[in-house]
Every structure is written in structure tokens, then in C-alpha cells.
Ligand binder design. Structure first.
Ligand SMILES: O=P(O)(O)OC[C@H]1O[C@](O)(COP(=O)(O)O)[C@@H](O)[C@@H]1O
Length: 324
């Protein structure tokens, strides 16, 4: 995956972040999401790719922009799959909380799993634990193995998980084991990534969105970590949806390769609100804004951080007022 594509894509997540961060704390998650989606959609066709959205805003009949199967890019570049979440953490922005990002992953055509918008059970770890654990094991076994490989007692380990009622049993098991728990209010792409960066978190577990699982798997591949998943279809309709998207056995354990393929993957994200890995957007005087982004390539496992100062166009309404 070529570097210039990453730079073009990150310019797009930056714009999405700048536009959606204006909705921080305003209690309107749909407007925040619309702002990010519009920014991404209006710019994707200028990127030198022959792209297909495999993870986007929904299926064709439910999403006017960035629908699954939509062709994007100027068609002059390589054929690639695009997974995009214009705003990961819509509620986070609406409530003015931390860790909302705008994110795009890209990989050669046919590499990324067409994940339906249902829940996925997930296990994400960093390089030291990669290849050593299994989502099939009971949590107690997973924790014991991790503790032995990391050579630290359970009481020194931290596991992160979304703070949801559906996780009550898992959280009880974690508490009984003695590990520290980091409860996330929203945003499990960043939650999973944190398990593979130099943070206090050793492991991310629990269920979250399946599309977010694929995005996180792309990042974890670049970080040398590992992500395993299992779709959790709720009822026949969701099982059928999995099948329509090419997943014949929705209960199968999904490896990194199942989710992001064997070839090189690219992951770019820009912080919308302040977070552990990325700062959020800062609006500066003189129509400027500052963004913080990360660009990850799986090929050499390079992780680059980018701080950019943007000169923003003067809003149309101000131009109109000045002309009067
Ligand atoms: O809030 P739920 O239903 O537990 O869903 C969890 C999913 O929602 C998120 O927290 C945020 O998703 P949105 O950006 O769509 O609001 C994801 O990161 C996560 O995978």
C-alpha cells in the first residue's frame, strides 16, 4: 500500500475531524456524524485509487453516502478495499467525551472482511501476547496464560472492556481474578488499539460493533498485535445478513487474516476529541485548526504521528455579511 495514498487519506480524516469536532458537547450525534461523513465523501473521489467501500455507513438502501459497495476514488490508482468510520464515537462527541476519531483503513481488493453492522465478540492484544491466546478459551484461562507470558501477576494486569450491561458476567469474572479493569464508555477501536501500544492496557475484550472490529484489526496488524473476533448475530435476520455478505458460518472464530487478509494494510486516524493516543481538534485564531493523526502501515509496522495546522476557508455566511 503506497505511502502517498496514506497521506491523501489522512488529509480526509483531518477534514472530517475538523468539521465534526464543532459538534463536541452539543448533544447532537447525528449532526456530528453527518459533518464527518460529508467531509469524507466529498473528498474520496479525488484520491488516486480504484476503491470500493466494504465497511461504511450502511447498506445501499440505508446510507446515501459511503454505502457498502460504493465505488470511490478517481479510478486511476490500485484496486483497494476501503473501511471507513467517518466518526468513531458519535455519542462521545455529542457528550463532549474523550477518544472520538475519524478513521479509514485500506487494503488490496478482496482483503477486508465485509462485516455486517452487528455485534462481534473481540479479543485484542499487543505483540507479546499475539499468537498465544484464543477467543475459544474461558476468560480465566486467557488471563492465566497472559499473566504467565507477560510475567506479571494478574493484579498488575489491566483489561479494558466497554461498560455495558451485556458485559456484567465478564466484568464479574475479571473482578474475581484481581486484574485492573478499564471501563470504556464508547469507542472500542481505540480501546483495542490501546492494548497494542505502550499503555497500561494489556488486553481488550468484550463485544462491540463488527465493523469497528475490522478497523481495529487493521490497526493491530500494523502494530504487530493480534485481534480475534466472532460475529454475534442476534436472530435469523442477522444470520441471513451475514450470509448475504459472504460469511457462510457466522459462528466461526475470525482470525486477523480473516478480517484483514494477508497483504499489506494501511490505517489512518485523526483525533476528534482529546484521547490517549491522539489529541483532539483545536480551533486556533485566524481561521486555523490543529489536528493530530496517526498513519500506520503493516508492511514495515511503521507508526507515524502527524500534527497539522490547517488554514480554513472563511465560512460563507461571514463572507456574505462582509459584502453587505
Ligand atoms: O454502544 P454499543 O451498542 O455497545 O456499541 C458499541 C460500539 O459503539 C461504539 O462505542 C461507538 O459507535 P458509534 O460511533 O457508531 O457511536 C463503537 O466503538 C463500539 O464498537
Amino acid at each position: 500500500m503506497e505511502h502517498h495514498i496514506a497521506l491523501e487519506l489522512v488529509r480526509i480524516t483531518e477534514k472530517a475531524a475538523i468539521d465534526s469536532a464543532r459538534w463536541t458537547g452539543r448533544g447532537d450525534k447525528n449532526s456530528a456524524d453527518d459533518a464527518a461523513t460529508t467531509a469524507i465523501r466529498s473528498r474520496l473521489n479525488s484520491v488516486a485509487i480504484d476503491g470500493t467501500v466494504v465497511i461504511g455507513e450502511g447498506e445501499m438502501d440505508e446510507a446515501p453516502m459511503l454505502y457498502i459497495g460504493e465505488k470511490v476514488g478517481n479510478r486511476l490508482g490500485p484496486k483497494i478495499d476501503i473501511a471507513v468510520d467517518p466518526l468513531e464515537g458519535t455519542e462521545t462527541v455529542a457528550s463532549g467525551l474523550n477518544n472520538a476519531i475519524s478513521v479509514i483503513a485500506a487494503a488490496p481488493e478482496g482483503s477486508l472482511l465485509h462485516a455486517p453492522d452487528i455485534y462481534m465478540e473481540k479479543l485484542a492484544v499487543g505483540p507479546m501476547l499475539a499468537g498465544h491466546l484464543s477467543l475459544n478459551d474461558p476468560i480465566e484461562t486467557t488471563l492465566a496464560k497472559a499473566s504467565s507470558i507477560l510475567n506479571k501477576p494478574l493484579s498488575d494486569m489491566t483489561v479494558s472492556i466497554l461498560d455495558r450491561d451485556r458485559h456484567r458476567e465478564i466484568i464479574a469474572v475479571l473482578r474475581a481474578s484481581g486484574v485492573r479493569i478499564k471501563l470504556l464508555s464508547h469507542g472500542d477501536v481505540m480501546g483495542a488499539i490501546e492494548a497494542a501500544t505502550e499503555s497500561e492496557v494489556d488486553m481488550y475484550i468484550g463485544s462491540g460493533g463488527a465493523p469497528e472490529g475490522v478497523l481495529a484489526a487493521a490497526a493491530l496488524k500494523c502494530l504487530g498485535g493480534e485481534m480475534q473476533g466472532r460475529l454475534l448475530p442476534d436472530g435469523i435476520e442477522e444470520v441471513e445478513r451475514c450470509k448475504r455478505m459472504g460469511i457462510s458460518d457466522p459462528s466461526q472464530l475470525l482470525s486477523m487474516e480473516d478480517m484483514v487478509g494477508r497483504e499489506s494494510v494501511l490505517f489512518v486516524a485523526t483525533g476528534v476529541t482529546p484521547g490517549d493516543l491522539l489529541n483532539g481538534v483545536r480551533y486556533l485564531p485566524n481561521q486555523k485548526a490543529e489536528t493530530h493523526s496517526v498513519i500506520m502501515h503493516s508492511e514495515n509496522q511503521t507508526i507515524s504521528f502527524l500534527r497539522t495546522i490547517h488554514k480554513m476557508p472563511i465560512p460563507q455566511e461571514i463572507l456574505t455579511e462582509a459584502a453587505m
